[in-house]
Design a protein around this ligand. Structure first.
Ligand SMILES: *Cc1c(COP(=O)(O)O)cnc(C)c1O
Length: 421
């Protein structure tokens, strides 16, 4: 199946007379014919649903669809993108471990990595993608276990050089994890460039309609967890009376462990209802993304020509620093988010935002409706000036998420707001 077809037909395959649309299995529990069968589920020798903190048929259908869209061997949904970012790391890292992340990532992820994980005893070194391979290599330590990046960074719109970081990670026998939220699997499939694990905030384009928070972790099945660096995968897990993940689950060791060990213990699993809503979004992802990309490029070109604008960041613009990387990683479009720095200062940026009539001021991006936000006073408020700079954010920076309205209406709105400055 081609991508558009997968969006509609993967994950749920109704048999004769069964509902055409994905049913919502609103049930926390499952019924079995024997205690022996339940015993086998707990021993992980029989697969099946046990309890909806670990899996549920509606959620499972969506997981299967997302895995197919990314070209992975398995996926696990989570209650939010933040939960996905946390669990994808906790599945590999423990107190005393270290990992490397590029600095140009989502502000919420920076807080998680720099502050909260530090309290767990897990240390992160942030690196700029502008550093040379040798300089990045120097940051690897004996206890470095993961490299992390974001395909198109929110909101700096730095395009991550996945292939290069995959090479650096693999040279050091550690996996590369990529947050593919902004690109979505429609525009980029990081596994094709060597990434080992992909995460998503499905709250953004994958849901697309601003109705349901969610996240996902997808496993390529390609990383060798038995390379000696990851004993948690190759030594018996006491909490499952001795299961060895690489032996029991083979290529699916990572995603199986994430579910049966971490999700069991932490419990950030979405409801059947949440998965149903996400599935509705996924069904139209391809056509929505085409319109987002097309509208955003026109808006970026329009804003670039305004004398009220200091600069526009959009990797689809020919003069953008990341244009070449965008051609390689997201050749069919760079999604709908644009960063625009309004000339002058913070006040001009706020005046511009507050003058918009069609575009609404929201703490959200990647919605079908055009929306706008001032990162320095909202999502990135907790960051220091140097962290802001590293994340590519100036005081006048406005994050504009271009929707799928008629392009003439969007541009007319921007035009009148710029005139108010
Ligand atoms: C929004 C976002 C997250 C966090 O996701 P939530 O669903 O809001 O928890 C993580 N990464 C990126 C790139 C995001 O844009």
């Amino acid at each position: 199946m081609k991508f558009e077809t997968k969006c509609l037909h993967e994950g749920y395959h109704p048999k004769n007379g069964e509902p055409r649309a994905l049913p919502i299995y609103q049930s926390t529990t499952y019924k079995y014919d024997s205690s022996d069968h339940i015993g086998k589920l707990f021993d992980l020798t029989e697969s099946g649903h046990m309890y909806s903190r670990i899996s549920n048929p509606t959620v499972a259908a969506v997981e299967e669809k997302i895995a197919a869209m990314e070209g992975g061997i398995g996926a696990m949904c989570t209650t939010s993108g933040q939960a996905a970012s946390l669990l994808c790391l906790l599945n590999v890292l423990k107190a005393g471990d270290h990992f490397i992340s590029v600095a140009s990532i989502y502000g919420g992820t920076i807080n998680l990595f720099a502050v909260t994980l530090k309290k767990f005893g897990i240390e992160c070194t942030f690196v700029s993608q502008d550093l040379s391979d040798e300089e990045i290599q120097k940051e690897f330590k004996e206890n470095t276990k993961v490299v992390f990046g974001e395909t198109i960074a929110n909101p700096s719109l730095v395009v991550f050089d996945i292939e290069r970081f995959a090479r650096l990670a693999h040279k050091n026998n550690v996996p590369l994890i990529v947050d593919n939220t902004f690109a979505t699997p429609y525009l980029c499939r990081p596994f094709e460039f060597g990434a080992d694990i992909v995460t998503h905030s499905t709250t953004k384009y994958m849901d697309g309609h601003a109705v349901q928070l969610g996240g996902a972790i997808v496993d390529s099945g390609n990383f060798n967890w038995a390379n000696g660096k990851f004993p948690e995968f190759t030594e018996p897990d006491e909490s499952y009376h001795g299961v060895v993940y690489t032996e029991h689950f083979g290529k699916a060791a990572y995603i199986a462990k994430a579910r049966v060990q971490l999700m069991r213990d932490i419990g950030a699993y979405p409801s059947a209802n949440a998965a149903f809503l996400l599935n509705l979004g996924l069904e139209t992802l391809a056509i929505r993304m085409d319109r987002h990309c097309c509208n955003a490029l026109k808006v970026a070109e329009f804003l670039s020509n305004s004398d009220k604008v200091e600069f526009v960041s959009y990797p689809g613009l020919k003069n953008d620093k990341y244009y070449e990387l965008a051609k390689k990683y997201v050749p069919n479009g760079c999604a709908g988010v644009i960063s625009v720095s309004i000339k002058g200062n913070r006040e001009n940026a706020v005046k511009f935002i507050d003058s918009l009539k069609l575009a609404s001021n929201e703490v959200h991006v990647a919605d079908i409706r055009t929306c706008v936000l001032h990162p320095a006073s909202s999502t990135h408020r907790q960051l220091s000036d140097s962290q802001l700079k590293a994340a590519g954010i100036t005081p006048g920076l406005v994050r504009l998420s271009v929707g799928i309205e008629n392009i003439d209406d969007i541009i007319e709105d921007l035009e009148q707001a710029l005139e108010q400055i």
